[in-house]
Design a protein around this ligand. Structure first.
Ligand SMILES: [Zn+2]
Length: 404
């Protein structure tokens, strides 16, 4: 019998294998084995998700929703992860005779299954949220190579057929993730069960973005690493850093705030004004302090320190909109606040993260890189755009025709 990674490779193709990790978890008697794509490796719909329940391939909207919920924090709303999820459970807990073709099943406890899948995805992402998909590198090489007649030969990964021959795949298996050094490190580690106390992810060890060589166009940082070069989008990186910091502060109930030297007047009408009259104290949890002055007049006194460089007016209005939309409820605790935070920052344009065209001093560039290395999920901004692209020396050599 083939081992599982090899079988998944045969079904899903090499590109998926290069851009996914395996995660095993046991949740209330359900054994889940998942192959999960990196957050920057996604698809336009759910057709590249595969679910097996006790060995049977099934199609289930609730399972698709659970998988997406696990990725909620790191993938843009209209994209879908690529994954193979195998669930093994007591046959008594699942009814397979719901549908004549047996493509559907009924779980005795759908909530337990959902919670298990979400927990599995979260654990998987914790171990890989810093890795960018190899497709990003291939795109970069394709763009640089556009003067050559046959670009597609350089981006052959992207153009590989989804279901290719077994012989080709077994060769590919040996080279799994060779384009993605930090992912390789994760992949070749034996997958293991996750326990509460098991800290499986040491961020500092995994990602090495090298040293800043230059900043280009007040937007991109070029770094030199031992294996090649890295290009960083400073706006996208800063966006994820702010988000993760605020999220951590929010969960501790201690968002660092900055008082405004000059309070900013906020004029609102209708639903926004009405909401703010009743709920202005709820903004405090997010580090935004607003005082009621009149029916339609308010005063912004503080903003989160992480976002102090941004427009207080825009920050406050967007936060109020997010609260109204998500139905902020202090009773809901962390989860409720987290959803508002995600909505609030997720709807902000990436280019707002650092003032457009901000020049960074060499030590600021270095600081950004070191901060990126310590930030969970840093491979993508809140919109799922990559924050960095890695080009290996080997790839550069090939680009210039030094090597085959
Ligand atoms: Zn973004």
């Amino acid at each position: 019998a083939q081992d599982e990674p090899a079988r998944v490779l045969a079904i899903m193709g090499r590109e998926f294998s290069e851009n996914s990790v395996q995660q095993l978890i046991e949740h209330e008697g359900i054994h889940i084995s998942a192959h999960l794509s990196l957050p920057t490796f996604h698809h336009r719909d759910s057709t590249r998700m595969m679910f097996l329940v006790n060995g049977r391939v099934i199609r289930d909207k609730a399972l698709i929703a659970a998988l997406r919920a696990g990725y909620r924090d790191v993938m843009f709303h209209d994209r879908y992860p690529v994954a193979v999820i195998r669930l093994e459970m007591d046959p008594a807990d699942v009814d397979v005779n719901v549908h004549p073709a047996k493509r559907e099943v009924r779980f005795k406890s759908p909530q337990t299954v959902r919670a298990g899948i979400v927990a599995c995805v979260r654990a998987g992402i914790e171990g890989m949220g810093q890795s960018v998909a190899t497709t990003t590198t291939n795109k970069a090489l394709g763009a640089m190579n556009s003067s050559m007649p046959n670009v597609s030969s350089y981006v052959s990964h992207s153009s590989m057929p989804r279901f290719s021959s077994a012989s080709m795949q077994s060769h590919a298996a040996l080279n799994t993730s060779k384009n993605n050094p930090e992912l390789q490190h994760l992949l070749f580690r034996a997958p293991h069960e996750v326990h509460e106390s098991d800290k499986l992810y040491d961020i500092g060890e995994v990602l090495n973005l090298g040293h800043a060589v230059a900043q280009l166009h007040s937007c991109y940082i070029v770094t030199e690493t031992e294996q090649g070069i890295v290009l960083v989008d400073q706006h996208a990186a800063h966006e994820r850093i702010s988000y993760e910091k605020l999220k951590a502060q929010l969960s501790k109930g201690a968002v660092s705030t900055q008082m405004l030297l000059t309070p900013v007047t906020l004029s609102l009408q209708g639903e926004q004004a009405a909401w703010l009259h009743d709920h202005n104290s709820q903004l405090e949890a997010f580090g935004v302090s607003v005082e009621v002055m009149g029916d339609e007049s308010f005063l912004i006194r503080s903003v989160p320190a992480m976002l102090a460089s941004e427009s207080p007016l825009a920050l406050a209005v967007e936060l109020i909109d997010a609260c109204i939309l998500m139905g902020v409820d202090a009773e809901a605790g962390d989860t409720g606040l987290g959803r508002v935070l995600e909505r609030w920052l997720g709807n902000r344009a990436c280019k707002g993260s650092i003032k457009a065209g901000r020049v960074l001093l060499p030590e600021e560039q270095e600081n950004l890189l070191r901060e990126m290395e310590q930030t969970p999920n840093i491979a993508q901004c809140n919109h799922g755009r990559p924050t960095y692209v890695r080009l290996s020396l080997h790839e550069l050599d090939r680009l210039f025709g030094r090597k085959e």
